[in-house]
Design a protein around this ligand. Sequence first.
Ligand SMILES: Cc1cc2nc3c(=O)[nH]c(=O)nc-3n(C[C@H](O)[C@H](O)[C@H](O)COP(=O)(O)OP(=O)(O)OC[C@H]3O[C@@H](n4cnc5c(N)ncnc54)[C@H](O)[C@@H]3O)c2cc1C
Length: 448
Amino acid sequence: MKGSSDLIQSPGTRAEDLARAADDFGHIVGSRPLGVLAARSADAVRDLVAFAGEHGLPVSARGGGQALYGQGQADGGYVVDMGALNEVRCVPEDRTLVAGAGAPWREVVRAALAEGLVPPVLPDHLGSSVGGVLSTGGFGAASHRYGAATDWVREVEVVTGTGELLTCSPERRPDLFDAVLAGLGQCALIVGATLRLVPAPDRVRRYRLYHHSPGTYFTDQRRLARDARFSQVAGQARPALGGTWDYMIEAVAPHPGQLPYEDELLIGDLDHDRDTEEIEDLSYAEYLHRMDRDERMLRATGEWDRPHPWLTLLLPEEAAAALVPPMLAEEAQQGLRACGTVQLRPLAGHTLRTPLLRRPPGELLCLLSLMRTAPPEHPDTVRRLVAANRALYERATAVGGVLHPGGALPMTPADWRAHFGPVWSQLARAKDRFDPYAVLTRGYRLWP
Ligand SMILES: Cc1cc2nc3c(=O)[nH]c(=O)nc-3n(C[C@H](O)[C@H](O)[C@H](O)COP(=O)(O)OP(=O)(O)OC[C@H]3O[C@@H](n4cnc5c(N)ncnc54)[C@H](O)[C@@H]3O)c2cc1C
C-alpha cells in the first residue's frame, strides 16, 4: 500500500490517540484500533481504506465521537479521525455549503449564518460532525417540516470500501448516494458533503408551553406537527412533584420584527398551562446554540463524561402517547428523574425521504430520546440500563416503532435485517458492491 509504512509510524499510533479512538461519548464499550489516521486529505482516507480492504482490516470514521455504543470503533483495525477535514465554504449564490466530513455543525452554522443562510435541519447539539450525522440521518427541531439533515444533501464525496474516491448525488451514482446517506458507514466513508441552505431569520420568538397531562401535550404536539405555524417544535417530559411528569413543548417562530407580536395567533388555541408559559425573543444564532449552555453545565458537574446509556426511537404518534407515560412510571426509568432528559419531538412521515432512514408507517410520528447518565463506578447500573433499552426497543418495535441507530443497544444482524426491512436487500447489494471485503464501520455489527 502506498504510504503504509507512514501509517504505521504516524503519530496516530500514540497511546493517547488509540485510547481516544477506543472510546466514545457513550463510555460503555471500548475496542482498541491498531492505528489512528488523522486524515488531512481525501486521498489519505482513500489510501488507508484501500490498504485495509486488501488486508481485511476494519476501518471506521470518527467525527465528533458522539457514538454511544462503539459504532465508530474499529477493533484491531484503523480509525480515521476526520477532525482535520473540517473546511467549510458557503456558496451563497447557489444556496449551498461545502463541508469537510469532520466539520462540526457549529462551523456549518457559523459560515452559513454569515451569509444569512442556514441548513433547514440541524441537530440540536452542534458538536457532532457533518459526516457522523449524515451517516445516521440527523433530526432537529425543524424535522416536523423539513425531515432529516440527509434530506437536504445535494452531493457527497466518499471513499468506498474498495478504496475509490467518488462523488455522488441523486443524478450521479444515485445507488451510492442512497447507500451512503443514513447508511451507517457501511458502503463508504463520507469525506465531504454539499448541503442545501435556506434563508435564516434574524430573530425568533421561543415559547415554552407546559402541560400537566400527557393527553393535552400529545394533542397539541399533533396539532403543531400538522400545521406550519412554527418553524421549530420540540418537546420534553420533565419530572414534576409527587413522582409525576410534566410535558413541555418548545416551539419557535421567526420574529417579524414588529411589536406587539401576535402571540394569540400562535398559541391561543393550545391547551397548555397559561400561567407558566415562557416567551422569549432570541437571535437565531443564540437559538441554534441553545445546547452550548447545557453542555457547559454538564461538563461542570461531570455528567458530560459519564457513561451515557441513551436510546432514541421513532414511534407512530399514537404508540408514543400510549407508551411514554407508563414507561416513565416504571422503576427502570426512575434514574431519568435525577440525571437525564426525555425528549419528544413530532415528525411528519412525508418529509422523511432518505431511503435508508427507517421510520414507522404513517404520517404522524414521534421521536423519543432517553438521554441519561449512569455512575461510572457502578457498571451494574450501566448494564441494567442497557438491558432496559433493549426491553423498551422490543416493546417499541412490537407497536411499529423503529430504532434511531446509534443508541446504547446491543443489536444482532437479525435485528438489523428486521430494522431495514424492505430496503435490507438494497443495502446488502450495495455492501457487496462497494465494500466487498466488509471492512467498513463494523461497530454497528450489521453482518454476521
Ligand atoms: C449530546 C448529543 C446530542 C445529540 N443530538 C442529536 C440531535 O439533535 N439529532 C440527531 O439526529 N442526533 C443527535 N445526536 C446523535 C449524533 O448526532 C449521532 O450519533 C451522530 O452520528 C454523531 O456523529 P459524530 O461525528 O459526533 O460521532 P462519531 O462517534 O464520530 O460517529 C458516529 C458514527 O458515524 C460514523 N461516522 C462518523 N463520521 C463518518 C463519516 N465521515 N463517514 C461515514 N461514517 C461516519 C462513525 O463511524 C460512527 O459509526 C446527539 C448525540 C449527542 C451525544
